[in-house]
Structure formats: structure tokens, C-alpha cells
Design a protein around this ligand. Sequence first.
Ligand code: GLU
Length: 477
Amino acid sequence: MPEKPNESVRVRIAPSPTGDLHVGTARAALFNELFASHHGDNGSFIIRVEDTDFERSKPEFEENILEGLRWLGLNWQEGPDVGGLYGPYRQSERVAEHQKVVQELLDKKLAYFCEGNHGENKCDCRQKNLTSGAVRLIVESKEVTFEDLVRGTVKVHTDSFGGDFVVARAVDNPLYHLAVVYDDEAMQITHVIRGEDHIHNTIKHILIQEALGYTRPIYAHLPLLLDDNRKKLSKRNKETSLLAYRDMGYLPQTMMNYLALLGWNNGDDREYYTHDELAQAFTIERVQKAGAIFSIVKLASMNKHYLSELSDEELFAWAKAYYDKNGIEIQEPERLLQALKTELGRFASYDIGGTPLHEAMAWHASDWATDYSDVSLTFRQKPDTQTPEIKKSTQAIISELSSIISTIPEGEWTAKHLEEFLINWIDSNQKGRGEYLWPLRVALTGREHSPTPFAVAEAIGKSDVLRRLQDARDSLK
Ligand code: GLU
């Protein structure tokens, strides 16, 4: 195991509780946490809630954000819920400190009052010596340069955003840029790892730090998350709430592993990592510049993998969360577990090819019954095109199936044996496989797409199979 780096690092995420935890914020949180974890005892990961937008900030969003980060399996050493030596961890609780800093900038003549009712570029208030109004930081016309751990040297000219910019709406109403800079200094943040959409803010933050004589943290701007069309991931084109993915059936280990690969890799094509393996391997140097595509297809295949690794208890708990959330009582837990194990590998979430989990699993129940109105028992026939003759021949096929299946002893009742036995019977009697296996599948599950009828038969047992065949035949009368 490589040695842990010695120098202390303190990193943070600073989510605004104005909405549910966004997958992009979760990815930034994960990268920060992995960076801190990589440094072992020398690394601290901090959560600071930026709740200064009083109108849009809501306690339930803060709760959703923390719940999402906990669910993902992240650990933080300091935060609004656990406290710490560098608190408070809600930005709103520092407003008095922020106001002092605004005053300090004014006192040192590094900022001035502005009437504020004119465009950024036309402001001539610097000469006016006003005594109230918005507060603008004095900015020289110059190029600001910083070294970004992901993007290399970044240069932005202050003219590009109009020079002097507003840091407070009034002395007692400081704005985001000033609050962030002050809080990062107060919390002794060493590295600011956040989305690429903050690059222009970073320039302003550096100018505020310079004015106040603060230490400049090291910056790393993470690539944007994109949808399949390479557009910025947004609510309009894709689900962006992390916990919505939990509610769809994605496992936390899937989300963590998948998010880790959105903009980072270890230089090879390895895909599966535990948290500790990620923490050991993770370095900012291996974060890419190019936008990272958030692909549901990839996420789903990863979830299939992690679902297949669950113990029986975990798999059952995963399904139970869905049944509970939908207010559906599980009557036969053993049989449901059996059915889940039978379907494993076919589902990647609580939705199986458009069918919700409880419907797809309905066949597990001992009193399962269906009316066959949507799916036909006859191979390659729709329910509404079945003539009396067709029904009769299907009935005959089902009767044949019943009699041969009833000869299989209980002791040999396994999917493997059933398959060998039935296929052998069908082939040696020169019958069509589809003609026999199709009605068997539909009789057992009521579905066109399901696990093999042999696997279902094993899961539900011989007597249920014979009863379902009987019901299927009766339905054709
Ligand atoms: N409150 C900001 C956001 O949610 C934080 C940005 C930062 O990390 O400095 O985007």
C-alpha cells in the first residue's frame, strides 16, 4: 500500500439548500471526500451549507442533501450535523462576520458605495464618495492567473467581467463571493474542488482574497456532467436528484462507483471499486478536463453487477424498500426472495423493461392468477385472434405438458433437470419448442418476458406449476 501523503488537506463542499441534492453536487462531494480520505488522518472533508439565500433556502433541502450524502456512504469530519472546530457550518450563522469584512474593505478604501441602479460597465460611483448603497470591490485592469490542478494555468482578464464588481447589496447584505472567500479562509480550506462552472467565480474570489490578504487555496475545477447529447446535465433532460436514483432502485455502491468514474479514472479500464479502493487510488491529477457523460445505460449495467453481489438479506431489503414505499405488503417473503433470485440479472432497477417490480414479481405468490387478456397462451397469436380451433389445440398442448411434467419426481425438480427433460421430450417427439414452451411460460408468469419457465417452475414448485397449467387450460374453455 502506498504511503499516505503527509501534508494536511482540508476540503469542503458548499451546497446551497435550494433544491434536492443534485448528482453533480454528489459527484463533487465524492471527489472531495476521496481526496481527503486519500490523505488518511491528514485529510478533512467538510460540509458547509450555503444558506444565505433566505428566500430559496429550506431546511428540508438541507436534510435531503445530508441524507443523500449519507446514503452514498460519504464520511465527513465537520459539518452542520456533526459540528467541528471551524464552525459554524451554516453560512447564515456568519453573516455578522461577513458584514465586518464588507466594512473592512470600505475602511481600507478597497471598495466603495455604488448607487447600483446602472449596468456593471457604466458605474462611475468610484469618484462620488457615496455613503450608502451596494458595495463594489475596486479591481485593477489586469490579467488574473491561477494554477488549476485539473486545467493547468487559467488566465482571465478582469476587463472581461467589467472590472469593479459588487460584493454586497448593502453593508449588512454581503453577497455569495465575499461569503465564500471569508468562510474558506476561516475554515482554513486548503483545496477548493468544485465544478467547472465556477471558474469565473474563482477569479473574483482571488481578487477578494488579494484585497483582504487571505491565503489562496489550491483550485481544481471538475469537468461538467453531460447528458447523452453532450448537453449540460439538467432537470429538463434527465433526473438529477441523487435520492431519486435510490428510489428507482440504484444501490449506493453503484452510485458511488459510477460517480467516481465521471471525470476520473485510474489510467486503465478498471471499472469496479469499493470506497476504500477509490480513496487509495484517487488523485486530482487523474481528473480529466473533458465533460463526463452521465449514461443511464452504463449506470444500469453497473447496478446489475452490484445487485448480483448482494446477499439474500440485502437483496430482500432492496426489494422491501420498494414494496414499503409503495404501500404493498409482502405476504410470502420466502417465495418473493426466491423469485428475486430467479429474476436476478434481468433487472437493473425497480423497473423491469417498463414493468414495475411488484408486477414483474407477481408470479411469486402462491395464489397468483391472471386473466390472460393481455397475453396469449398460444404461440404467435394475439388473445383476440384465437379461434375456437386454436384454443382447442392450445388446450391439448397444455394438457400434454401437465401429464409429462407430473411424471417428474419432486427429488428431480430443478430448473436444469426440467429443461433437459422437457427439451428432450419436445425434440424427440418432433414438436415445436415455441409451441410448448411459450404456453408454459405464460401459464406460469402471465408475461411474455420473464425468466425461463424452467427457472420459474423451480422457484414455485411442482404443485403450483400443475395448478397454473390447469388454470391456463380452464381459461381457454
Ligand atoms: N454554493 C455554491 C454552489 O452550490 C458553492 C460553490 C463552491 O463550492 O464554492 O454551487
